[in-house]
Ligand binder design. Structure first.
Ligand SMILES: NC(=O)c1ccc[n+]([C@@H]2O[C@H](COP(=O)([O-])OP(=O)(O)OC[C@H]3O[C@@H](n4cnc5c(N)ncnc54)[C@H](OP(=O)(O)O)[C@@H]3O)[C@@H](O)[C@H]2O)c1
Length: 308
C-alpha cells in the first residue's frame, strides 16, 4: 500500500487533536503530529510527535528534511481574536509569516499544503457565505487569516487548499483554550448566568466533522477553497439554548444581549456562517446535526469525568 505522509501542525489544539485522531483511523496515512510543546497533549493519538514551532525556520527545515511530508495541514494559529487585535506583531508572525514559511517549504519539497482559515475573513454583512464571496475582514485576526490564505495560494504551488470553518467546538486533552460549547455548558453547570448575543449568526462546527472534511480534502487530492462547517445557521443565543437543553441546564440563565453591549477590542462580523454545498457535492461531506454533535460532546465529557 502507498502511504501518504501527513504533517499536522498545531496538533495540540482543538482541531489538531481531532484531526490526528481522525487520520489515525485510516490505514493509508503515516501521521506526524507537531506542536510547540515538548510533548503531545493528547497521548491517546497514535503516530509520532515532534516539537515544531511554525515560526522557526530551523524547526520547519528539520521536520521537512526528516519527514518529507506529502501533505501538510496547518492547524497552528494564534486564535484569540482580541489578543490578535492588541498584539498584532505576534499575530502576524504566527498567522501569516509562518504560513509563508510552510508554503515555501512545501513548494521546495513538492508537498501539498492545506491551510485552515475562518469565517472572520468576511465582514458579516451578507452571510451565510459561499467560497467565492468577497472577503472583507473587520478585525486584525481576520486580516491575518486572509493574508495567510493569500500566502498559501500565491506561493507558486499547484497543490494547495484553503479550508475555512466557523465557531468550532469539541473536546480534547488539556486544551489551552476553551470553546463556545464547553464554556457555556461549564458556566451553566455552575449555575452562573451567561450573556449571549442574539445578533451574531454562525454555523457552529463540531471539531470531529471538520477533521472529517479535511480528511476528505486530502483523500480526494482537492485544490482550492472549501467551506467546511455545520449546516445549521443559528444566532449565538440560539446555539447556547441548544447547549442548555442538551446538557440539561437551566436555559433561563442565558441572558440575551446585543453585541454592542460588549466592549471587546476586536469587532466581530455579525452575520457569517457558510453555505457548504461545494463540500457536500465534491467531498461527500455530511456534518452531524448540531444537537447530535452536542450530545456526543456531552457524553465524551461525562466519560472522561468518570475515569479514575
Ligand atoms: N476555534 C474556532 O472557533 C475557529 C473558527 C474558525 C477558524 N478556526 C481556525 O482553525 C484552526 C485551528 O484552530 P483551533 O480551534 O484548533 O485553535 P487552538 O485550539 O487555539 O489551536 C491552535 C494551536 O496552534 C498552536 N500554536 C500557536 N502558535 C504556534 C506556533 N508558533 N507553533 C506551533 N503551534 C502553534 C497553539 O498552541 P498553544 O496552545 O501553545 O498556543 C494551539 O495548539 C486555526 O487556523 C483557526 O484560525 C478556528
Amino acid at each position: 500500500m502507498l502511504f501518504q505522509r501527513i504533517l499536522v501542525t498545531g496538533a495540540n489544539g482543538l482541531l489538531g487533536q481531532a484531526l490526528v485522531e481522525r487520520l489515525a483511523r485510516e490505514p493509508g496515512y503515516d501521521v506526524l503530529a507537531t506542536g510547540r510543546q515538548a510533548e503531545p497533549l493528547n497521548t491517546g493519538a497514535s503516530g509520532g510527535y515532534v516539537s515544531m514551532d511554525v515560526t522557526s525556520p530551523s524547526d520547519v527545515r528539520a521536520v521537512f528534511d526528516d519527514f518529507a511530508p506529502d501533505v501538510v495541514v496547518n492547524c497552528a494559529a494564534m486564535t484569540q481574536v482580541d489578543a490578535c487585535e492588541s498584539e498584532r506583531e505576534r499575530c502576524w508572525k504566527v498567522n501569516v509569516d509562518a504560513v509563508d514559511l510552510l508554503a515555501r517549504a512545501c513548494l521546495a519539497g513538492g508537498s501539498r499544503l492545506v491551510q485552515v482559515s475562518t469565517d472572520f475573513v468576511f465582514d458579516g454583512r451578507s452571510g451565510p457565505y459561499r467560497e467565492n464571496d468577497r472577503p472583507a475582514p473587520v478585525n486584525f485576526y481576520g486580516r491575518s487569516k486572509l493574508a495567510a490564505e493569500n500566502a498559501a495560494r500565491g506561493a507558486g504551488m499547484d497543490r494547495w487548499s484553503v479550508v475555512r470553518t466557523v465557531l468550532v467546538f469539541g473536546t480534547g486533552e488539556r486544551l489551552s483554550r476553551s470553546n463556545f460549547v464547553l464554556w457555556v455548558a461549564g458556566e451553566l453547570a455552575e449555575g452562573r448566568p451567561v450573556r449571549v448575543v442574539t445578533d451574531q449568526f454562525r454555523t457552529p462546527t463540531w471539531s470531529a466533522d471538520l477533521a472529517d472534511g479535511i480528511e476528505r480534502v486530502i483523500r480526494f487530492g482537492k485544490t482550492g477553497t472549501y467551506h467546511i462547517s455545520g449546516r445549521e445557521l443559528l444566532s449565538v443565543h440560539e446555539a447556547a439554548r441548544a447547549v442548555a437543553e442538551v446538557f440539561g441546564h437551566d436555559p433561563d440563565l442565558l441572558l440575551p444581549v446585543d453585541g454592542r453591549s460588549f466592549s471587546q477590542p476586536a469587532p466581530r462580523p455579525l452575520h457569517t456562517g457558510f453555505l457548504i454545498l461545494k463540500a457536500e457535492t465534491e467531498l461527500g461531506y455530511r456534518p452531524t446535526p448540531f444537537r447530535r454533535a452536542l450530545a456526543a460532546v456531552r457524553d465524551t465529557l461525562a466519560c472522561s469525568e468518570s475515569r479514575p
